[in-house]
Write a protein that binds this ligand. Sequence first.
Ligand code: THU
Length: 138
Amino acid sequence: MEDRELIRAAIRARENAYCPYSGYGVGAALLACSGRVYGGCNIENAAYGPTNCAERTAFFKAVSEGEREFLALAIVGGPRDGELQESISPCGVCRQVMAEFCPPDFRVLLAWGEGADQYRAYTLEQLLPLGFGPDNLK
Ligand code: THU
């Protein structure tokens, strides 16, 4: 699948962001090795702590459907009612969830639009160097 297609899926997923407290909507789209794409949005909570990031929503949907291997994740975010303006970078907790299921060369696309030049691609290794992961417990 093309990067831009995955980014479009993240932009679509963001439309469902439930963010009444921050007003900040995030969308993610996770490409599994099976070829399926799982969208995710942030889901906030009045008690704040239970809030789930878009990235983890996408991972948890996919893993709960039996997926265990992944190729790439696209992420977009910004004030809910505005246009996308700049890329956002995933929080530390979401990076740790990625490290549970993904290899160091897993691709993370940080986008601020649908255009061919409106994203940057990083590897999980770049985003979470020296991480603690499943291999440490073998
Ligand atoms: N958020 C995400 O969904 N993903 C990120 O990578 C950063 C932050 C959400 C959590 C909260 O609902 C809102 O953005 C503001 O922090």
